[in-house]
Every structure is written in structure tokens, then in C-alpha cells.
Ligand binder design. Structure first.
Ligand SMILES: C[S@@+](CC[C@H](N)C(=O)[O-])C[C@H]1O[C@@H](n2cnc3c(N)ncnc32)[C@H](O)[C@@H]1O
Length: 325
């Protein structure tokens, strides 16, 4: 145990929980996302090891090819297949043999319960987040739920670069991960088992977003941010409790704007002046009294340009489109 790298500890841990499901390991809600006609086998539900959801129907038109990293019990692979009903529409990779076997078993059960689902829709491959078994620019969507948070920062950068590499231009990275409301102290960060359990590797919101921007995602949208777990003082040897949140996001492989990334967190800008509308001649026209969704960068610019006449609302941490950039 002592000579194991943290990634080996994680692989061992996931092999254990593939063979003996640990109900409630990571999830934040007891019933997973349901769709009409989708029947989730209980075996799959027990292995819901995601901390939010990465399945956003609005991103899944035209039967996209989805590369799913870290298959777990196959729950989200099945949910994605609901939208890509064709052989190998979903390619799910996982380095842990027991997890691949569990997912294959659960998906076979799902094919008996769901007349629309054919087992061939999800192809499970041995693979690793750091060397995805796919050519450059070959998939529409990459998704990962509650995996990248266990990676140390340099490995997280590698995994994000891989996701960016395999995405087609305009493709989307759908992620859900815990984030920390303040930096996690070193004694917890170096606890490999806690890290594998998604309890001690989380970055702060700013660090997490910066990693996405650093690999080149020009637009990031926050879909949800909610409480995930509380690390208490007694069990985690902390001076004050530390709240972890789960963050669902969609990152777009689009050109980085010259003035920096567009990060949408649900802010709006509202023109409150006397004219019919306000035009900043940089692509943003605000009708008087009508909230316009804006990215954080634009919100800051508009708010400082005319603070008396433009009201900027707070982040709702729930953004689903209709932006400014
Ligand atoms: C917390 S579970 C999440 C499972 C699934 N995404 C879900 O939402 O239920 C992490 C998954 O990532 C897999 N995994 C561990 N290390 C990995 C790596 N280096 N590359 C890809 N997957 C990995 C584990 O075997 C496990 O299936």
C-alpha cells in the first residue's frame, strides 16, 4: 500500500467498489436523471458514482458520438445512449477491468429492460484518461463524472489536454466534479484513499476553471453548483468545517476570444437608463429593463462602464444558453 501511487490506489479502490457496490459513494441525489421510456436497472443505480450529472439533453441533438471517460456502473453511458441510438454511439473507457465488467453486466441487464436500447450502442474499451484511445478531433462530446477531481493538478492538465485533443472543433466537454470552497489542506490532499473517494482532491472553483481555460476551452458554461459533502473538524482534523460543492459544467472547444474566455455563471445585465436600448458597440445590445445573459467578463465590463445605468445580477450558477458572446 505504501509504495502505491495515488492512481494505483484509485484503481484498487474502484476495483473494490465495482465488485462490492458502495451505495451513495459520490452521488448527490438518490434518483438519477429519468427520461420517458428509460428504465435504469437497480444494479446500475447502486453504482451511481457520479456527483452530479453530465447528461444535458440540449447538448445531445443529432446523435453525437460521445466518449465517456471512467464508465463506473454504466449509468450515464446508458443515459447518453438514450440520445445516440446507434452502434458505438457511446464509447466508454476505463482502465479498471472489474469496472468494465460491471458496466458490461449492467448494460446487458438494461438492454433487457429497455426496448429502445441495444447493447451495441455502448462500446466499452480499456483506456485511460491520460491516453484516450481515439484519434484527434474525432468525437462530438467528451464526458466525465467525478473522475478528474481525483487527479493531481499536473495529471488533471494532461487529462483535459486529452479531452481537448479528441474533441472536434466546436465539440463539448461535459463534466461534473466536486470543488472546494477553500483550498483543501495538505494532510488531506495527500491521503490517497480519500482522494480516490472524491473527498480530498477537489480544487477551488477558480483553480478548476483556470485548468479548463489553460488547455484552450474558449467558452465554459456552469449548469449547476450545489453542496456535495461537508468535511468536519473531528473526522478530518480541520480547524473549521470545509464544504465541498459539486459543479456541473459544459466547456466548448471554440477559439479563445482575444479578450479572454467567456465563462457563463448565470449573470445578466439590465439597462436601466432612459433610452430604448443600450449598445456597447462590442456585440451587446441591452433593451431597457430586459435582462440579457452575459458571461462574467462582459458582466464586469458593462458593470464598470456605466454603473449607474447597468445593473448586473449575481451568478445563479445555472446557465443554459442564450449568451452574449
Ligand atoms: C467516481 S467513479 C465515477 C463513475 C461514473 N462516471 C459515474 O458517474 O458513476 C470513477 C471512475 O473512473 C474510473 N477511473 C479510475 N482511474 C481512471 C483513469 N485514469 N482513467 C479513466 N477512468 C478511470 C474508475 O474505474 C471509475 O469507473
Amino acid at each position: 500500500m505504501t509504495n502505491m501511487s495515488y492512481l494505483e490506489t484509485a484503481a484498487k479502490f474502484y476495483s473494490e467498489v465495482a465488485q462490492t457496490p458502495q451505495v451513495g459513494l459520490c452521488c448527490v441525489q438518490s434518483s438519477p436523471l429519468q427520461f420517458p421510456g428509460l428504465k435504469i436497472p437497480p444494479q446500475m443505480q447502486e453504482m451511481n458514482y457520479g456527483c452530479g450529472t453530465t447528461v444535458h439533453p440540449a447538448e445531445l441533438g443529432n446523435e453525437p458520438t460521445v466518449l465517456y471517460v471512467g464508465v463506473g456502473g454504466g449509468l450515464e453511458a446508458l443515459q447518453f445512449a438514450y440520445f445516440s441510438r446507434r452502434p458505438s454511439g457511446i464509447i466508454a473507457v476505463d482502465p479498471v477491468a472489474a469496472m468494465r465488467e460491471a458496466a458490461a453486466r449492467n448494460l446487458a441487464i438494461a438492454s433487457e429492460k429497455n426496448s429502445w436500447f441495444d447493447r451495441s450502442f455502448v462500446e466499452i474499451r480499456e483506456g485511460d484518461a491520460f491516453a484516450l484511445p481515439m484519434p484527434d478531433a474525432s468525437v462530438d462530446v467528451v464526458a466525465q463524472n467525478c473522475l478528474f477531481n481525483i487527479f493531481e493538478p499536473a495529471d488533471l492538465a494532461k487529462a483535459l489536454q486529452e479531452a481537448f485533443r479528441v474533441l472536434k472543433p466546436g465539440g463539448r466537454l461535459l463534466m461534473s466534479d466536486p470543488i472546494a470552497t477553500r483550498p483543501i489542506p495538505e494532510h488531506l490532499r495527500k491521503d490517497d484513499r480519500l482522494r480516490a473517494m472524491c473527498l480530498s482532491g477537489a480544487l477551488t472553483y477558480q483553480e478548476y476553471i483556470q485548468h479548463l481555460v489553460d488547455v484552450g476551452f474558449g467558452q465554459v458554461e456552469i449548469r449547476a453548483r450545489r453542496p456535495y459533502r461537508l468535511l468536519d473538524c473531528q473526522n478530518y482534523n480541520l480547524e473549521a468545517p470545509l464544504l465541498l460543492e459539486s459543479l456541473d459544467s459544459v466547456s466548448f472547444k471554440v477559439l479563445m476570444p482575444e479578450d479572454g474566455p467567456c465563462i457563463f455563471t448565470g449573470k445578466t445585465a439590465i439597462y436601466t437608463g432612459v433610452e430604448e436600448f443600450f449598445d456597447d458597440y462590442a456585440g451587446h445590445i441591452l433593451q431597457r429593463g430586459v435582462p440579457a445573459a452575459v458571461c462574467d467578463k462582459t458582466a464586469a465590463k458593462l458593470g464598470s462602464l456605466m454603473p449607474a445605468e447597468i445593473l448586473v445580477t449575481n451568478s445563479t450558477w445555472h446557465y443554459t444558453g442564450g449568451g452574449c458572446c
